[in-house]
Design a binder for this molecule. Structure first.
Ligand SMILES: Cc1ncc(COP(=O)(O)O)c(C=O)c1O
Length: 385
């Protein structure tokens, strides 16, 4: 079906931050499968784990214990605020699970909390529960009625304070709005949300589908702000299994215990293939030295981007994002779509976020030289706009 519009490019293989088309033309991938290829294409540890697992067993269903699933849950729990994990196959499914867990928690408490809070320009997925939280008219307009959601302005604590009421079950927030313009939550905003949610008894849910798994230079972006701002629930997906579909809901107690047998499930969720791949990816992504190297190379990326912005203040309004999640907001009438097309024509892949932001979510393994190469291409194409 025509859900993706016309596409002209296709690729046949990849390695690190590079992909090749069938004619053998090589492209620099600064989009990383929209923040999925955290370890780049064909990372040897991930390839090895997938091949070894495929030779043993791929799938048995969650009617049986799946040993790598348990190990993955243990690793996630040990590395975060969470006490338990649930596995599914995508970001939107992770958010659906979070929605249901929040509802089940208040059902057990016999509290009628019937609405949710999300923020303007958010993106939480496209299944109808998550879509209700995706506060952007263009995504929602054809699909109403949706679940009741109060929408507050992002980074506006006063507005959040008005929207979070004693009837709020959960508040969903992204730490960087990856699809909605690359705005980053401020520490003051998150601290305020944490305080308000705790006071009013609403669950605070961080959607780290995109910001998780090393993307911002910490294993999860909330860790950048300190453990005292940890959420009650956290959803993640994208980079977690290094390119194989997976999603996860992490939760602390007592919320985590609200799901009982039969309340929620996913046929493929946390199967051998996804978990073997995730364990291999996670071993690399969660190591302190890898995360430090992501921070170091992010600093190079941001320094280079700042230089480009300073050179073209008439074309670039702001730089947004955190770590290896960077956005260049262009000034009107310059178009991020045109810039992206021109970069693609010179074989550099980038994305778009919101209305006018060029989005960079490169594989986290990108080298300093590859960053310089990519930003030079951006600089030249901005100059030519
Ligand atoms: C923050 C956030 N949440 C949820 C989703 C939905 O994830 P998926 O496309 O895997 O369902 C995305 C996808 O871009 C996202 O960026």
């Amino acid at each position: 079906m025509n859900t993706y519009g016309p596409r002209s490019l296709s690729f046949v293989r990849g390695r690190g931050v590079w992909v090749w088309d069938a004619a053998g033309k090589k492209y620099l991938d600064l989009l990383g499968g929209v923040a999925v290829n955290a370890l780049g294409h064909c990372h040897p540890a991930v390839v090895r784990a997938i091949c070894a697992q495929a030779r043993k067993i791929l799938h048995v269903s969650n009617l049986y214990l799946i040993e790598p699933q348990i190990r993955l849950a243990e690793e996630l729990v040990e590395s975060t605020f969470a006490d338990r994990a649930f596995f599914c196959n995508s970001g939107t499914e992770a958010n659906e699970a979070a929605l249901k867990l929040a509802r089940k928690f208040f059902f057990l408490k016999k509290e009628s909390r019937d609405h949710l809070v999300a923020f303007q320009n958010s993106f939480h997925g496209r299944t109808t529960g998550s879509l209700a939280l995706t506060a952007q008219e263009k995504y929602q307009k054809a699909f109403r009625p949706l679940l009741p959601v109060n929408v507050a302005r992002f980074n506006d604590l006063g507005d959040a304070d008005r929207m979070i009421t004693p009837g709020t079950a959960a508040v969903f927030v992204e730490l960087v709005q990856g699809e909605g313009g690359m705005e980053t939550a401020t520490a003051t905003f998150l601290a305020g949300l944490r305080r308000i949610c705790s006071r009013r008894g609403a669950l605070l849910v961080y959607d780290e589908v995109q910001t998780g798994n090393g993307r911002t230079g910490d294993l999860f972006a909330y860790q950048h702000f300190g453990e005292r701002l940890a959420p009650d629930l956290l959803t993640t997906a994208k980079g977690l299994a290094g390119g194989v579909p997976i999603g996860a809901l992490l939760a602390r107690r007592p919320y985590a215990d609200a799901f009982e047998a039969g309340d929620h499930a996913a046929t493929f969720g946390g199967n051998f293939l996804a978990c073997a791949s995730a364990l291999a990816a996670f071993r690399v992504l969660s190591s302190a030295s890898f995360l430090k190297s992501v921070r170091d190379r992010s600093a190079v990326l941001w320094a280079r981007l700042r230089a480009v912005k300073e050179r073209f203040p008439d074309k670039i309004e702001t730089l947004r994002g955190l770590g290896m999640m960077a956005g260049l907001k262009l000034r009107l009438p310059f178009s991020s779509k045109t810039l992206r097309e021109r970069l693609q024509a010179r074989r550099v892949l980038t994305g778009i976020s919101g209305e006018s932001v060029l989005r960079l979510t490169p594989p986290l393994v990108i080298s300093r030289m590859e960053i310089l190469l990519g930003v030079r291409a951006i600089e030249e194409e901005v100059a030519a706009l």
